[in-house]
Design a protein around this ligand. Structure first.
Ligand code: BMA
Length: 381
C-alpha cells in the first residue's frame, strides 16, 4: 500500500509538470501577443513579487543639464546602472511631427527603445495627444492650453472622435501614425519589440481632455476599446501590453471608473505625486487596493508616475521605499528631468537627492537594469 502511494505520488510529480499545471501563469489580454510579449508579461508578473523595478521617463534622451548624449542616462550617472524601465512619450507623433512635444526626435526615440531592449530593459510609452476638437477652432488660438492634451475647454472631444463623430477620420489618421511607429519597433532579427503602452492616463483627474469630468466613463472606456481594436485587431500589432491608469484616488470604485475590460488591459497602474505629509498613507491605501485588484484579475501593476516632495531630502528612503515594499508593485517611475539649458531648477521635486536615491538603489527591494538583465525578461524559458 505504502509502495503504491509512493508510486502514485511519483507519477503525479512527473505528469503534472509535463501538463504545465505546476506553473500556470496568466497571459496578456491580446490572445495573439508575440512570444516575447508573453514572456515579458510572465517575467513582470513574477518580478513584481521579487522587487520593484525603477523606471525613469526620458532617461535615455536628456537630463536637466544635457541633451542626448550616446549611452548617457541620469540614472547611470547617479548609480552606475541604467533604470530597469525606460519611459518615452509620443505626444505630437499624431500630428506627423518629427519631434515630440518635449522636442525629442522620434527617430532618436526609436533608436533608444531598441538600445534599451538590446540591453534587456523594459520599455513604457505614454502619449499626450493634442486635443483633436479644440485644435481646429482658430478663434481660441490665443488661449494658453489651446489645442493641447491639457485643453479641457470642451466636453465633446471624446464623443467627436469615436465612430460617428465629426473628428473620427482625423483620429483614425492619428492612430495610423501611432501604428506606424509601433510597427517600426523591431529588434535586430526583425521581430517586434514588446512595450507597455499607457495612453489616456490619469482619467480620474480632469486636466486632460479624456479626464473624468470632461468625458463620461462610458466614452472613456469606448475610447480605450476603439484604440486597442484599431492597433491590435485592425493593424495586427501584437507587441503591446496595455496599461490602465488613474491619478490619485481613494477607493477602488473611483479607480475602476471607466475601466475598459480585462480583455483590453494588461496592467493596473496609478500615478501619485507627493504633495504633502499625508502622501505616505494615501499611497499605502491606493497601492493596497490597486495591487489586490490586479492580483484578482491576473494583471500587472505599477506606480507609473511619482515624484518626491519639494525639498524633502530623504523621500526615497523614508516615504517611497517603505510603502512600495509592502506590495507587489511591478515598477515605480519618476518623471522626466526636463532639459533646462540655463541650469536645473532649484529644488525641482523630480531631481533625486543623490545620497538618498542611493539608499533606494542599494535596497534589496529595488531592481535596476542589471537585476532585470539577470531575469532575461524577453528570453525566459
Ligand atoms: C508633463 C510635463 C510636460 C511634458 C509632458 C509630456 O507631465 O513634464 O512638460 O510635456 O509631461 O512628457
Amino acid at each position: 500500500m505504502k509502495i503504491m502511494k509512493t508510486f502514485n505520488l511519483l507519477l503525479l510529480l512527473t505528469i503534472v509538470p509535463l501538463c504545465g499545471f505546476s506553473e500556470k501563469l496568466p497571459v496578456p489580454a491580446d490572445k495573439k501577443a508575440t512570444k516575447e510579449t508573453v514572456r515579458l508579461f510572465h517575467s513582470l508578473y513574477e518580478l513584481k513579487n521579487k522587487g520593484i523595478m525603477y523606471g525613469h521617463q526620458d532617461d535615455l534622451m536628456y537630463g536637466s543639464t544635457w541633451w542626448y548624449e550616446k549611452d548617457r542616462s541620469d540614472t547611470k550617472d547617479f548609480t552606475g546602472d541604467y533604470s530597469a524601465v525606460a519611459g518615452f512619450e509620443l505626444g505630437h507623433l499624431e500630428l506627423g511631427n518629427e519631434r515630440s512635444l518635449d522636442s525629442v526626435s522620434f527617430a532618436q526615440m526609436t533608436a533608444q527603445i531598441k538600445a534599451h531592449y538590446r540591453r534587456g530593459g523594459v520599455i513604457t510609452i505614454s502619449w499626450h495627444p493634442n486635443n483633436p476638437f479644440t485644435m481646429q477652432i482658430p478663434d481660441t488660438l490665443s488661449r494658453r492650453q489651446y489645442g493641447t492634451a491639457w485643453d479641457v475647454s470642451s466636453k465633446e472631444v471624446v464623443a467627436s472622435i469615436l465612430p460617428g463623430g465629426k473628428n473620427h477620420d482625423l483620429f483614425n489618421t492619428w492612430l495610423e501614425r501611432l501604428a506606424t511607429f509601433f510597427i517600426g519597433l523591431k529588434n535586430d532579427d526583425g521581430k517586434p519589440i514588446p512595450i507597455i503602452f499607457r495612453p489616456y492616463h490619469e482619467h480620474s483627474g480632469s486636466f486632460f481632455w479624456w479626464g473624468t469630468n470632461i468625458c463620461t466613463d462610458v466614452e472613456y472606456a469606448a475610447l480605450w476599446r476603439y484604440t486597442v481594436d484599431f492597433l491590435r485587431d485592425k493593424k495586427n500589432i501584437h507587441n503591446i501590453l496595455y496599461a490602465y491608469n488613474t491619478d490619485r484616488v481613494t477607493s477602488l470604485e473611483q479607480y475602476m471608473r471607466g475601466y475598459p475590460g480585462d480583455d483590453i488591459i494588461d496592467m493596473l497602474s496609478i500615478d501619485m505625486y507627493d504633495r504633502g505629509a499625508q502622501f505616505g498613507g494615501e499611497l499605502d491605501n491606493a497601492l493596497g487596493f490597486v495591487t489586490r485588484e490586479a492580483t484578482t484579475r491576473n494583471k500587472l501593476t505599477a506606480l507609473s508616475e511619482t515624484g518626491g516632495r519639494r525639498g524633502m531630502s530623504d523621500w526615497w528612503s523614508t516615504v517611497l521605499l517603505p510603502v512600495v515594499s509592502k506590495y507587489p508593485v511591478g515598477y515605480v517611475l519618476t518623471w522626466r528631468h526636463a532639459y533646462r539649458p540655463q541650469g536645473p531648477r532649484m529644488g525641482n521635486p523630480n531631481q533625486p537627492f543623490p545620497d538618498d536615491f542611493m539608499i533606494f538603489y542599494k535596497s534589496p527591494r529595488s531592481l535596476f537594469l542589471k537585476e532585470v538583465q539577470e531575469a532575461n525578461v524577453y528570453k525566459r524559458k
